[in-house]
Design a protein around this ligand. Sequence first.
Ligand SMILES: [Zn+2]
Ligand SMILES: [Zn+2]
Length: 273
Amino acid sequence: MTFLVDYHMHTVRCNHAEGTLEEYADQAVAVGLSEIGFSDHLPLSPAPADVLSRDWAMNEEELPEYVEDIYSLQRKYPSLPIKLGIEADYFPDRTSIAKTEKMLQAFSWDYVIGSVHHLGYWTVDSSEYLHEFERRDLYKVYEDYFETVIKAANSGLFDVLGHIDLVKKFGHVPRADLTSLYRDFAQEIKKSGIAFEINTSGLRKPIGEIYPAEGLLRELLNLQVPVTLGSDSHSPLEVGKDFDKALELLKRYGTDRIATFTKRQRIMRPLEV
Ligand SMILES: [Zn+2]
Ligand SMILES: [Zn+2]
């Protein structure tokens, strides 16, 4: 039997997802997952004022209710381990880091996913800001994005890096050879000690491929950076989606263990049990 987890699942509280928590859990059981974790968006209050939007995350006041929802779901599904996670945006400024830290400290998370969705005031994964790509040099955008992800990795705020090459979402990939960029990036992630996720949601986006790109994934797995799995579900039918493809990649690069988390302690579990 293959031990699979889906650690990246959202809830209706973020205002851009659908379905009940039970529907997500039922789907996880139906597709044969061994363990799941919800990781809805942490309220974006640390964000600079003009990236603030109620459509992207719950309100700060709702955070305790979200935590209670997950606890009550755990009681309803005693035979399915359900972890309490959260996906937090990373903003490199001091004030945002302090606010994020404060919100994270208020609850007993099993794990925290750290994600970069913004470069300064630019939301890189929003179709509203696609025009920014035309103004900038794409290779430099990648360098900036990876540099910010490395800062997130080294911030000590997070356990897992979310969709580490999200910047490619709409199909923007520099024509240049990315081998050395990927290699240097992977080495920095390895040094930080953090885990990353294979996030299958990229397959459902214009880029049509898993995060991270295979060239980057190869570098990370060759360095034995701990890896976990996430579908980035915003709908119950997305739970565990395309995990067969993720599994195939893990096997291709000789990875036989995945990272799981309990109270922010990483536990590596064999994929084949
Ligand atoms: Zn979302
Ligand atoms: Zn995300």
